[in-house]
Design a protein. Structure first.
Length: 369
């Protein structure tokens, strides 16, 4: 996968002058292939107006990845995709509807969560009668009569304090799996505020932020954790990878060409910048603005030292090549021998915010193979 990027980046620089038709078509083909690497057919359009991504998604990205998007803890996400959806009802009632049409049919639903922001309780006259209430989340089965028998199904319930505010998260995985199997069954969710015996409280002493009158950062949200089955040949090692640029030895002086100097350099890692703004993707990618993919370059001369991290096969191949024991056997190649994943935080076609992890995108180290 990394090799694909290396072959394409030369075609991605924006031309200063009009390009011949062949160059333009080659650039278009290169960008199309790069989209395939990121699992997309077309780039999502930028949001029609400025949108602030949910803080939860920004915080999750910063927990999973460093500033360049490189995964710093591969064990945080169970799958490789996290999607956020905002409520589409825009109603003051505690009914919510989330449109999941952007979720691919091949994505495995792992966990689904309803995130609701609990507001500070209203001031009431007289002594407070309750310190806790029960919050119940239902899957709506009959939109016209959700309170009729069989009109809803309980998904989650918990006691909630009336003394403070903050986010409440409810597991609604089974409802989302039902909706993915039959899109027409998505009639939304209903949240009820009840006393400790399960009876409705009217007026409710507890209020959640709605999608209509409250700040963007507090709007109801469905967070969906999935896995699309895309996996690379190797996975990152545990712990945060050391991705600092290597210290390169001084190049010998003299009239030799750059190409010949490259052949004299031992196999090592070199920077390779991928700039999403230069490619034309900065309108829909939130983070990172780009990343360092690195690439491997240099010679694998006989005898191969341990610093070149050779495989046993490469060592034997270098011996055969050096002794000319067989015709047509070249010296080993300098290639990545450790690859790391990166994470993108971006807006999809429906302006939902998605966090997606892509394997084998950064050369962590190089060796002779």
């Amino acid at each position: 996968m990394l090799g694909t990027i290396l072959l394409l980046l030369a075609a991605l620089t924006k031309p200063v002058c009009p390009s011949p038709p062949g160059v333009t078509s080659r650039r278009a083909e290169a960008l199309k292939r790069l989209l395939e690497v990121f699992g997309m057919e077309d780039p999502p359009p930028p949001p029609a107006h400025f949108k602030q991504p949910p803080q939860y998604m920004v915080d999750l990205f910063n927990t999973v990845a460093n500033a360049d998007g490189v995964t710093k803890n591969p064990d945080i996400l169970e799958g490789n995709t996290v999607r956020s959806f905002l409520d589409k009802t825009h109603s003051e009632k505690m009914q919510f509807l989330f449109i999941l049409s952007s979720v691919a049919k091949n994505e495995k639903i792992l966990t689904a969560e309803l995130h609701l922001f609990r507001l500070w309780p209203r001031a009431t006259d007289g002594p407070k009668r309750h310190h806790f209430c029960q919050v119940s989340v239902y899957q709506v089965l009959a939109q016209s009569e959700p309170d009729a028998p069989g009109g809803k199904k309980l998904l989650a319930a918990r006691l909630v304090s009336l003394q403070d505010s903050g986010w409440e998260v409810f597991a609604i995985t089974q409802a989302v799996r039902d909706w993915m199997e039959d899109e027409s069954s998505n009639q939304g969710l209903l949240v009820a505020i009840q006393d400790l015996s399960g009876s409705p409280l009217d007026p409710p002493p507890l209020q959640f932020a709605s999608s209509r009158d409250h700040h963007e950062s507090k709007k109801p949200m469905l967070v969906l954790f999935t896995d699309d089955g895309r996996r690379g040949a190797s996975l990152p090692a545990a712990g945060f990878p050391d991705l600092q640029p290597p210290i390169l030895p001084p190049k010998p002086s003299g009239p030799r060409s750059t190409r010949s100097l490259d052949r004299l350099q031992p196999c090592q890692r070199h920077p390779l910048s991928v700039d999403f703004e230069e490619i034309g993707w900065s309108g829909w990618i939130i983070s990172p603005r780009g990343y360092n993919a690195y690439h491997c370059k240099g010679s694998c001369p006989f005898p191969l030292g341990e610093n070149m991290r050779p495989t046993n096969h490469a060592t034997v191949q270098s011996i055969i090549n050096a002794l000319k024991l067989s015709e047509g056997v070249s010296s080993p190649c300098c290639v990545p021998d450790k690859l790391y994943s990166i994470n993108l935080l971006y807006f999809d076609d429906d302006e939902n915010v998605v966090l997606k992890q892509y394997d084998d995108m950064v050369a962590g180290s190089c060796g002779c193979h």
